[in-house]
Design a protein around this ligand. Structure first.
Ligand SMILES: NC(=O)c1ccc[n+]([C@@H]2O[C@H](COP(=O)([O-])OP(=O)(O)OC[C@H]3O[C@@H](n4cnc5c(N)ncnc54)[C@H](O)[C@@H]3O)[C@@H](O)[C@H]2O)c1
Length: 374
């Protein structure tokens, strides 16, 4: 099927971004929200993005006019769905509300229409169960900011058909995204791998192995990350990190238990740069950095990186995604300088097994050796 019209439900941060990249790349778009005021706020975001595009010389006036002429907006999801080839839902993260919205859209949309969700953490299968077309239901997980982030995780439910996957991919490619595919499972690819690395960084800090500053330095100067885990966590928002980790904890188990340091910060409102305090203080307040522990920074970087490598191997062991897609996803979605499998090749598989075995002997089950290394 050749998608021409896309309905985007929800005009917040993600919905407006998805509508923008869709209209920019030639799709007819109908974006909705629950009130005129909210959908207009979404349109305002898009106009701002367009103005930025023009100012930066990335878009001509004619292209901007073309983009805007392909965008319609309103307050009825059913109206938007009724002549759409693809509906992308980007409303807030709540299973019951999303299911209600999907049941309505399913009833209003033509037979051929594919329904997609941008959920970060909810089960694609459960969302699909609210519709009568689970084979034409798929996860399309964009990253923020949508216009700038190249990655699109396409998430397959148990019943998602090959044809639906092909359409989602074709749409993603036309939106100039690099598409990777994962089976429906908690955290999909990027969050599932990112969270154990962040958790390990916090655990090293809690165990008194290294200070936050030493850990951040190890990850930037040795592992080559653009930002250390504490700085990155503050920037992304500790509430978002805590929610992502909590989902994995609920769905997978104790190895994803959010560490106390993270939980306490979030509960006290210290959720990162947006609150001017998180792991670090921002906005003028000074904090005495902890005296260095004299940690072996090579070892710190290796331990944190190996947790990402281990999780990536578990994803392959579990048949959720393949190596190439995992490497691509982590480079484009989490700014890893190399994919986990590229890192593993560099370290050497025998050495990876040795490091993980040692961690397993010291700390137990959450550091078990993946099947592919046994
Ligand atoms: N923010 C991110 O970084 C990010 C990244 C990837 C995926 N996501 C996912 O994208 C989705 C949206 O997140 P967001 O950050 O854009 O949230 P947001 O709060 O910015 O926007 C959500 C919008 O949905 C609207 N809405 C709520 N109920 C609606 C309904 N019944 N019909 C139409 N619109 C409705 C709200 O009014 C709001 O404007 C969530 O599922 C989230 O998990 C977010």
């Amino acid at each position: 099927m050749d998608v021409k019209k896309i309905a985007v439900i929800g005009s917040g941060l993600m919905g407006a971004g998805i509508a923008y990249v869709s209209a920019w790349n030639g799709f007819e778009v109908h974006m909705t929200d629950i009130s005129q005021e909210l959908v207009e706020a979404g349109m305002e975001r898009i106009r701002n993005d367009v103005m930025t595009g023009i100012d930066k010389g990335k878009m001509s006036m004619t292209e901007a006019e073309g983009l805007m002429s392909r965008l319609k907006y309103g307050t009825s999801a059913e109206e938007a769905a009724k002549d759409a080839d693809l509906v992308i839902e980007a409303i807030f993260e709540n299973m019951e509300v999303k299911k209600e919205v999907f049941a309505k859209i399913d009833a209003a949309a033509p037979e051929h229409t594919i329904l997609a969700t941008n959920t970060s953490s909810l089960s694609i299968d459960e969302l699909a169960s609210a519709t009568n077309r689970p084979e034409r239901f798929v996860g399309m997980h964009y990253f923020s900011p949508v216009a700038a982030m190249k990655l699109l995780e396409i998430v397959l439910g148990e019943k998602t058909s090959e044809g639906t996957l092909a359409v989602a991919k074709a749409v993603g490619e036309k939106q100039k995204k690099t598409c990777v595919t994962a089976k429906n499972s908690p955290g999909f690819i990027v969050n599932r791998i990112l969270m154990p690395t962040m958790r390990e960084a916090i655990m090293l800090y809690e165990r008194g192995v290294a200070t936050k500053e030493e850990i951040d330095t190890a990850m930037t100067s040795i592992a080559g990350m653009p930002a250390g885990p504490f700085t990155l966590g503050d920037f992304v928002g500790l509430d978002i990190a805590f929610n992502a980790m909590s989902t994995l904890y609920r769905e997978i188990g104790d190895c994803f238990t959010p560490p106390d340091t993270l939980k306490n910060l979030v509960e006290s409102g210290a959720i990162g740069t947006k609150a001017k305090k998180g792991f670090y203080l921002y906005g003028g307040e000074e904090e005495e950095p902890e005296p260095p522990k004299g940690a072996d920074l090579e070892e710190v970087a290796q331990t944190i990186s190996i947790m990402g490598i281990r999780e990536a191997m578990l994803l392959v062991d579990e048949g959720i995604a393949d190596r190439e897609d995992i490497d691509l996803a982590m480079k484009l979605g989490a700014a890893f300088p190399q994919g986990p499998f590229e890192q593993a090749e560099k370290i050497g598989m025998d050495k990876c097994r040795e490091i993980i075995t040692k961690l397993y002997e010291e700390h137990g089950e959450c550091y078990s050796v993946p099947k592919m290394l046994q």
